[in-house]
Design a protein. Structure first.
Length: 109
C-alpha cells in the first residue's frame, strides 16, 4: 500500500536545504519515492493557538512503508539527512497510508 509523507517546515537562514533538495529527489527515486507536490505555502492560517503555521510543504509518495524506511536508513545518504535537518526549522513529518480507492485517485495510477 502506498505511503504519503507530508513534510511541513520553515526554511532556516542558510543554504543547507537547497543542498539537500539538489540530491534528495534522486535519492528518493532510488527507493521508489516520487515528489507529488512541493513549494512555499500561500495564505497559511494559524489554526492552533501558539503554533505558527509552516511555510513550506513537500508531499512524497512511496510505494510502501518499507521503501520509505529504506530511504531514511540508507547509509549511502547519511550525509544527506543532516542537510535537511539543519536546513529547516519547525519540521513535521507525517507519513500516512490511504485506503486503496483514495490512494489510487490521488496517485493517478
Amino acid at each position: 500500500m502506498a505511503l504519503y509523507a507530508l513534510n511541513l517546515f520553515d526554511l532556516s537562514e542558510n543554504d543547507l536545504y537547497r543542498q539537500y533538495s539538489r540530491r534528495s529527489v534522486a535519492a528518493a527515486e532510488e527507493h521508489g519515492g516520487k515528489v507529488v507536490a512541493l513549494g512555499r505555502l500561500a495564505d497559511v492560517v494559524q489554526t492552533e493557538p501558539g503554533v505558527e503555521p509552516r511555510t513550506v510543504m513537500v508531499l512524497v509518495e512511496w510505494p510502501s512503508r518499507g521503501a520509505f524506511d529504506a530511504f531514511l536508513e540508507d547509509s549511502a545518504y547519511e550525509d544527506l539527512h543532516p542537510l535537511r535537518e539543519d536546513g529547516t526549522r519547525n519540521p513535521t513529518l507525517s507519513p500516512h497510508t490511504l485506503p486503496g480507492m483514495v490512494a489510487h485517485a490521488v496517485s493517478g495510477s
